[in-house]
Design a protein around this ligand. Structure first.
Ligand SMILES: Cc1cc2nc3c(=O)[nH]c(=O)nc-3n(C[C@H](O)[C@H](O)[C@H](O)COP(=O)(O)OP(=O)(O)OC[C@H]3O[C@@H](n4cnc5c(N)ncnc54)[C@H](O)[C@@H]3O)c2cc1C
Length: 477
């Protein structure tokens, strides 16, 4: 090989860093276009799939047509969530207590207001303003009840990966709009209506791997340094092993990319803005769990298995026979106590039997950090991927991982084998248009911009009640 100064070519055509869904989607796309290319995937952990975890379930919304088409192309049949237990009660702490009704009402109004304002926060118009409040201030200014505030604070953290006080309002709105809207996200993470499809993560990974049987995947191999030479890139892993490739796809989240050493350094234009954190930030994590029981104890009590606690955030739902699947948001130092806390909450709601599952598995991951601008352009031979790149239609979802993976693959093919790239691939690589949003009406849009949407609604409500009372009083007298 004798690089960097020798005349020989690098050992690989493409090196993919990260064997998550995005990296696998890149590898599959590249090899399906040109199977003779030399490609290798290096992965820091000891398993393939990244955030998909080992043997879990992911949901795909039916609006994610691209993702559904992709699943069909890799021969994975998603299962539609059955709605036969619709008569059963869901179990949300937002539904309980004296304040439940007003809290849910104000939450609904708040979500409506954000949805109305979301139109202008399109991915391509990601101009951050100077004077903006953070999401915690915004939520506390607009919501009065603790339950509705907690729900929104947790939601912001799940979507953006950092606490709401570190997320600027504009960033949150842009991220939501690039995911298809706030309501879509809420359905996705919490309500799980029957319009969703369930995908077995193991089946998805296995099917992709079946289609790239000769691809070398090196596990326990963490990339630490990237040197960008004129005709190739040299990647060094933590053990000191070097890989040279004509193009490198970094299919890893941005917080991990920031830990890599680049030579020459990443151009300033590509660097994410530094988060303005007051004091030391606590590291937040998300743990996914699966619990299998001898029978569905929750159904016997008249519950559907849908469970939501907003502090701490635990979201769970029935998944297949007698099985509960879900996740919990927590600090990194609380990782050991996650299962205990989950069982405690479930036992409190569904009975003591919930403390003794037949099988129990838990998988913890860091939350993605969203404090960056959309990054879709390759940096010469280094190409960014990952579902948490803002410039995808379904940011932070599996649809976003596949979209960014396929786009990175097309960009890499442009570097190594441009003649195989067709116009169809170029269309695929372009950021997809967001879902057609329902017309919000000029008047509602204007009221929302003037911050009068909720005020007008409540004003109308009070005037209506007064008129009704007046009318009743006049008829009586
Ligand atoms: C608990 C949970 C539930 C979710 N539920 C859903 C859902 O229902 N529906 C949905 O659409 N989405 C869901 N998601 C999101 C979805 O799983 C992710 O968006 C998607 O899997 C991300 O894929 P990725 O390839 O972009 O990143 P990742 O899966 O994070 O892959 C990155 C890979 O790179 C590796 N890596 C990192 N640094 C290095 C390095 N320096 N060198 C080498 N390798 C490195 C990592 O180990 C990892 O394997 C969920 C996520 C979580 C955590």
């Amino acid at each position: 090989m004798a690089l960097p100064f020798g005349p020989q070519s690098p050992e690989l055509d493409v090196l993919v860093v990260g064997a998550g869904l995005s990296g696998l989607a890149s590898a599959l796309k590249i090899l399906s276009k040109e199977s003779s290319l030399k490609l290798r995937i290096i992965e820091a952990s000891d398993f393939v799939g990244g955030q998909l975890g080992e043997d879990g379930i992911r949901f795909v919304d039916r609006e994610q047509l691209g993702m559904l088409a992709y699943l069909a192309s890799v021969e994975v049949s998603p299962r539609r969530r059955s709605s036969d237990n619709e008569s059963l009660r869901r179990c949300w702490d937002l539904d309980r207590g004296l304040t439940a009704l007003p809290a849910k009402f104000e939450l609904e109004r708040y979500i409506n207001m954000l949805e109305l304002r979301m139109n202008k926060f399109r991915t391509k118009r990601f101009n951050l303003r100077e004077r903006v409040s953070n999401m915690e201030q915004h939520i506390c200014q607009h919501l009065f009840f603790g339950k509705s505030r907690n729900f929104m604070l947790n939601l912001v953290e799940v979507v953006c990966g950092v606490p709401a006080n570190e997320v600027v309002y504009d960033v949150f709105m842009s991220v939501c709009s690039s995911c298809g809207g706030l309501r879509m996200i809420i359905d996705f993470y919490f309500t799980y209506p029957s319009s969703f499809y369930e995908v077995s993560t193991q089946t998805l990974i296995d099917k992709i791997l079946d289609q790239i049987p000769f691809t070398a995947i090196s596990l326990n191999c963490r990339a630490v340094k990237l040197e960008h030479w004129r005709n190739y890139v040299e990647v060094t892993d933590a053990e000191g092993t070097k890989y040279t490739a004509q193009a490198v796809i970094l299919a890893i989240p941005w917080n991990k990319i920031q830990k890599l050493q680049f030579a020459p350094p990443i151009p300033k234009a590509f660097l994410p803005p530094v988060a303005s954190t007051a004091g030391k930030r606590q590291r937040r994590r998300i743990s996914q769990f699966q619990l299998r029981y001898d029978k569905s104890h929750w159904t016997e009590l008249g519950y559907s298995g849908n469970f939501l606690s907003s502090r701490p955030l635990i979201s769970a739902h029935e998944c297949g026979m007698s099985t509960i699947n879900g996740y919990m948001l927590h600090l990194s130092e609380d990782e050991e106590d996650v299962m205990g806390e989950v069982l405690e909450h479930l036992a409190e709601q569904f009975g003591e039997e919930m403390r003794q599952p037949l099988e129990c598995s838990c998988f913890t991951d860091e939350l993605n950090v969203a404090l960056h601008k959309p990054l879709v352009k390759p940096w010469l031979r280094i190409i960014w991927s990952s579902s948490s790149a803002v410039g995808t239609t379904y940011r932070s979802l599996i649809g976003g991982a596949v979209e960014s993976g396929v786009r990175a693959a097309v960009n890499a093919l442009f570097v190594v084998r441009p003649q195989v790239v067709s116009w169809k691939d170029m269309i695929e690589a372009r950021t997809k248009a967001l879902l057609e949003e329902n017309g919000t009406g000029r008047f509602r849009g204007l009221l929302s911009r003037l911050n009068l949407y909720n005020v007008t609604f409540y004003g109308g409500f009070v005037v209506g009640i007064t008129c009704l009372l007046n009318f009743g009083y006049e008829r009586l007298s």
